[in-house]
Ligand binder design. Structure first.
Ligand SMILES: *Cc1c(COP(=O)(O)O)cnc(C)c1O
Length: 376
């Protein structure tokens, strides 16, 4: 079976975990600090705040920026539900935006322009599939409307420049991401004051963290409403090992993506491949679009029978039941068409070149067999 995504974990991670266990210091210590510094420098940033998940990171950013009740935040509907949920946690309202096009399925500037209102405070850019949103046009948009720019960089770990576009960015180290700590996340922010506020909020709003209190009898005060969004030493230790391999893994993801882009037009010409040129990307996933009228579920079943797992990114947020109730009648035609035809092909550094050929062959065969069923 060729899986759609796979964590790469081995002896190095086991050794890192053993070292933490033997040290006796298991949360908010030297490993977390080193992971923050190393991740920041890999993204040309000064410093970072490690958190328990990307979702926690997004919430932390919004809360620390003072976004809340009465505010609106622009978010693409083509994203994982965590992006919009983080806005709801603060009491603010997510305003869902269409994608630019099937070839460029990133948040549409033109649609965002029509959705800015007097309550709009921020926009969350999602670097969908690992492809970076255009920083020049979005900085200009934010400046013209007086908005904060936030990045959901869950798909873009290791892509230099990402995380520096606006006020802050959240990354994910969930098990299917470009690097993993099983669960985990991290926030980059350019402003040192904002980072300090997020550090305090991450640990219940206490005025001094666990690490600083170690060995001291010092008391603490709580000066703001905080959360428990900490990362522990075990996960930070795994993160340090994974971070050391990330550049090499992303380079392999790039090669595999290039191979898909060569084989797909030759073997499955009816399929559309978004991001037609090799733009700036961390190559997190490999989304393709089936021709209109193809039965996606039948294609996925036929590919599974041929030993190839696929996935779907994403059911649009505005079509999920909880959001449908909040925004009845909302129509985002390009997102809806994209999501109805999208299928995600396997992409991870463990794939061999022949696996890619096998996936494209299975897709081509599945399209043929399912279209015969349709016409029969
Ligand atoms: C995975 C993902 C998240 C959530 O990350 P967690 O670390 O699991 O909280 C948020 N946004 C996007 C786009 C994601 O893919």
């Amino acid at each position: 079976m060729i899986s759609v995504a796979e964590p790469l974990l081995g002896e190095d991670e086991k050794a890192a975990l053993s070292e933490v266990i033997e040290s006796g210091w298991i949360t908010m210590g030297e490993k977390v600090q080193r992971f923050e510094r190393n991740f920041a420098s890999a993204h040309s940033a000064d410093d970072a705040v490690a958190v328990g998940s990307c979702t926690a990171g997004l919430h932390l950013i919004l809360a620390a920026l003072g976004i809340g009740s009465g505010d609106e935040v622009l978010v693409p509907s083509l994203t994982f539900v965590a992006t919009t949920n983080s806005v709801l946690y603060t009491g603010a309202v997510p305003v869902l935006v269409d994608i630019h096009s099937a070839e460029q399925p990133l948040i549409s500037l033109a649609d965002a322009e029509t959705k800015v209102g007097p309550r709009t405070r921020a926009v969350i850019l999602v670097h969908y599939a690992g492809y970076a949103c255009d920083e020049v046009q979005w900085r200009d948009f934010a400046a013209r409307h007086g908005l904060l720019l936030i990045e959901d960089a869950a798909h873009a770990s290791g892509l230099d420049g990402v995380g520096q576009i606006g006020a802050a960015a959240a990354f994910s180290f969930y098990g299917n991401k470009n690097m993993t700590t099983a669960e985990g996340g991290l926030v980059l922010a350019r402003d040192a004051g904002l980072r300090e506020r997020m550090r305090q909020m991450r640990g219940h709003g206490l005025t001094s963290g666990t690490f600083q209190r170690h060995g001291k009898a010092a008391g603490y005060d709580v000066t703001m409403l905080g959360f428990n969004y900490r990362l522990d030493e075990l996960r930070a230790a795994v993160g340090l090992v994974q971070l050391g391999k990330l550049a090499q893994w992303n380079a392999r993801r790039r090669e595999l993506t290039q191979l898909y882009r060569k084989l797909l037009p030759a073997m499955a010409p009816e399929v559309t491949v978004p991001f037609a040129v090799m733009e700036r990307s961390a190559f997190h996933i490999m989304p393709v679009l089936l021709p209109g009228g193809a039965d996606r579920d039948a294609v996925a079943r036929a590919m599974l029978a041929a030993g190839v797992q696929t996935s779907m990114h994403y059911p649009p947020v505005h079509q999920l039941a909880i959001y449908r109730r909040m925004m009845p009648g909302l129509c985002l035609p390009r997102t809806e068409d994209y999501a109805a035809r999208e299928i995600t092909l396997p992409l991870h550094p463990g794939l061999r070149d022949e696996d890619v050929a096998c996936v494209v062959g299975a897709l081509s065969g599945a399209l043929q067999s399912t279209s015969m069923e349709l016409s029969a």
